[in-house]
Design a protein around this ligand. Structure first.
Ligand SMILES: [Fe+2]
Ligand SMILES: [Fe+2]
Length: 245
């Protein structure tokens, strides 16, 4: 197993592990390192991937320099190895939204988490990460995303998931493959707020989308997100649960 490293925006690194045996065409699990005065890791990865992912981080920085660990929602691929990271980086603090701290981290984390309010900015020194609450989008009550303001990078978590082992970064179509994956897996907790939540993200007009499963995207990402919102609005209107068309 190998974790590949690619810089997808200035000092923002994609750490990608491809598991070829998952599904018909395999699946990538991607974490992102934001290199700043106070480095931040977005997504921990599963515990089984920790040796490979931490070795990849170590090729970029001393792991003990990690200051922040963040993730979108409570699932194994997002935060399964949280305790391993906190042990490897003694100065690191886990940060999440208020709901996630209340329902999970305040009880389960080995160190006190830092709760971020919706819209609150974490200044890393050279990079500024804004917390955006996105409850149940793509899934889980505690869900939220981070937006790095200086590079215009939105960390989308499972939004725009697609399968296979595509290029680290593309300016091509990721919406089509993401729609296909949604129809196949039905992973989004589709509800009346899904489209509106994604439109709020589109208004940021990101220049890079850091996608957790599949290629990251470089280009004008607002229209991509607006189109994704239209897709979910249509799905909801048809009354067809995602994945069961
Ligand atoms: Fe997820
Ligand atoms: Fe995920």
């Amino acid at each position: 197993m190998e974790t590949k490293v690619d810089e997808i925006a200035d000092r923002i690194y994609r750490l990608s592990t491809f598991l070829p045996s998952l599904g018909l065409s395999g699946f990538t699990f991607n974490q992102f390192l934001v290199d700043a005065a106070e480095p931040l890791l977005f997504h921990c990865g599963q515990r089984s991937l920790f040796p490979s992912i931490s070795a990849a981080v170590a090729r970029l920085i001393d792991v003990r320099r990690l200051r922040w660990i963040a993730f979108s929602h409570i699932e194994a691929d997002e935060c399964g190895s949280l305790n391993e990271w906190l042990a490897a980086a003694p100065e690191a603090t886990v940060t999440h939204g208020a709901i996630g701290c209340a329902i999970w981290l305040n009880d389960q984390a080995p160190r006190t988490p830092r709760a971020l309010a919706d819209g609150e900015v974490l200044d890393l020194g050279g990079r500024r990460l804004r917390r955006l609450d996105t409850p149940h989008v793509p899934h889980c009550w505690d869900a939220g995303l981070l937006y790095e303001e200086t590079t215009g990078t939105l960390f989308t978590s499972d939004l725009l998931t697609h399968v296979g082992n595509p290029a680290a970064l593309t300016d091509g179509d990721i919406l089509g493959p993401a729609v296909e994956a949604e129809k196949k897996f039905g992973y989004t907790a589709l509800g009346p707020a899904t489209g509106a939540t994604i439109r709020r993200l589109a208004k940021l007009a990101p220049r890079t989308l850091a996608v957790m499963h599949g290629s990251s995207y470089s280009g004008a990402a607002g229209p991509v997100l607006d189109s994704l919102a239209v897709f979910y609005d249509d799905l909801l209107r048809k009354g067809a649960p995602a994945g069961r068309e």
